[in-house]
Design a protein around this ligand. Structure first.
Ligand code: LLP
Length: 441
């Protein structure tokens, strides 16, 4: 089933043209996604509903490809940001590589586009034997190894399967990047990677290994980072290490600069101050300068920047109630559908699908889950909201659906992809039967 609008916009029209930073805009008083009515989508597919724009995703991905076109580079989309198969397929068709962190994500890439398996890098501090085996057999590009123990297991598994393992050590450059403490990873105190000062000795131990191929070096300093300097500082340290490793006899062909470029969650719709093209150009220029004459393939692993602003969470208001001085707008979406506000105190803009009139007043937008942490916004200035009307939580395309859960025994939302003039269901709403399918009485 799909919904069309009247116009005949072509698919994949993102090309080089510049488009707004978000696909959502008012047509008259009604909010639409790339021209498709959100009212119509809610009527067809119900709420809560994730709505994504294929055009925006292609545009964002294309920005990285274009900005890095001057050197040998692969953009490895971080699957964890949004792992829906249709989105992975769309990106794979543009030539994306993928950054995965589990055997499950490997299986997703395989189902979305088998040919993309050779462009997969496998990160994560706690890889399991079955996951390593599956990735070796799949012939992925590289393992981003996070500890000496993991390197030993990788060597064992490679030998057992008779498949040589390409690896990069994920080094911890001890660079500080301003972001939320839960999503900062590049400091000495974090669980990720190995201290850059220890890396050379670890690589050296693999020099004569038949089963380990020290193909690269990788780094990732955190997420939602809004300035480019920390990325450049981290990469410079990696480049210096690459020179040392080469002088030790390692054939380093790949440098993985990680992900982490942030977006502007605070900007109100249509303000036009956040320009994705400018952000990616500055990021790529900083990396390019830091990399210099690297003579290696450069990987980047953006997740959020590609999908966050391409998606919104559509929700219907169940009730509006007053408790004392406070007004609560109780939506049918909850923290189990989008946990970012509860978990990181993250800000998400919220828009009425039919533009409000009159004065604004502060409201709390909350869900029905039995926790005070179940909120989307506190004291948000909104025009008057009524029961049954639709709201759109913006910038929910990254770490929304992929972090959703069944808490309170709630089925997870459906997902719709708007592509040109058509909207297509890419995940139907879970049923209660499916939700309890694995349980044993
Ligand atoms: N590469 C590695 C090794 C990562 O750990 C991550 C994200 C990425 C790439 C992609 O980072 P991005 O470009 O999306 O910033 N749930 C949090 C974000 C967690 C990020 C974890 N690692 C949130 O909702 O803000």
């Amino acid at each position: 089933m799909s919904i069309r609008n009247g116009k005949t916009a072509g698919k994949g029209s993102a090309g080089k043209k510049q488009i707004a930073a978000r696909p959502f805009h008012y047509r008259g008083r009604e909010l639409a996604c790339d021209g498709i009515s959100l009212e119509a989508l809610a009527a067809e597919y119900g709420t809560p509903l994730y709505v994504y724009s294929a055009e925006q995703i292609r545009y964002r991905f294309g920005l990285f490809q274009q900005a890095l076109a001057g050197r040998e580079a692969t953009v490895c989309y971080a699957v964890k940001a949004n792992s829906s198969l249709a989105i992975l397929r769309l990106l794979a068709e543009m030539g994306a590589g993928f950054d995965i962190v589990s055997g499950g994500e490997l299986e997703r890439v395989r189902r979305a586009n088998k040919a993309a398996l050779k462009r997969v890098v496998f990160s994560g501090a706690g890889k399991l034997v079955w996951e390593i085996d599956a990735a070796l057999k799949a012939g992925i590009l590289m393992f981003n190894v996070e500890s000496e123990g993991e390197l030993e297991v990788l060597a064992e598994r490679a030998e057992a399967l008779g498949i040589r393992a390409r690896f990069a050590l994920r080094v911890n450059p001890d660079v500080f990047a301003e972001t939320h403490p839960y999503i900062s990873t590049g400091l000495g105190e974090h669980k990720f990677g190995v201290a850059i000062g220890k890396a050379r000795a670890i690589y050296r131990k693999t020099l004569r290994s038949k089963w380990l191929d020290a193909a690269g070096v990788s780094v990732h300093i955190g997420s939602q980072i809004r300035s480019v300097e920390p990325f450049a500082a981290a990469l410079k340290r990696v480049v210096a290490l690459v020179a040392e490793l080469r002088s030790d006899g390692h054939m380093i062909r790949t440098v993985d600069a990680g992900g982490g470029l942030g977006v502007d969650y605070e900007e109100t719709i249509g303000a036009g101050t956040f320009d994705p093209a400018r952000e990616v150009a500055a990021y790529a220029a900083a990396l390019d300068e830091a990399a210099g004459e690297l003579n290696a393939r450069l990987l980047v692993e953006p997740g959020r920047f590609i999908v966050a602003q391409a998606g919104g969470l559509l929700t219907r208001v169940s009730f509006v109630k007053k408790n004392g001085e406070k007004t609560f707008v109780i939506a049918d979406a909850a923290m189990n559908d989008l946990i970012r506000p509860a978990l990181y105190q993250a800000h998400h803009e919220i828009l009425p699908v039919v533009k409000g009139r009159g004065a604004t007043a502060p409201v709390d937008v909350v869900g029905p889950v039995c926790e005070s942490g179940d909120f989307f916004a506190h004291d948000r200035e909104m025009t008057r909201v009524k029961a049954d009307e639709l709201l759109l939580v913006l910038d929910a395309g990254a770490y929304g659906m992929s972090q959703s859960s069944n808490y309170n025994t709630r089925v997870r939302p459906a997902e719709v992809l708007v592509d040109g003039s058509e909207a297509r269901l890419i995940r139907r709403r879970e049923t209660l039967k499916e939700l309890m399918a694995g349980e044993i009485l």
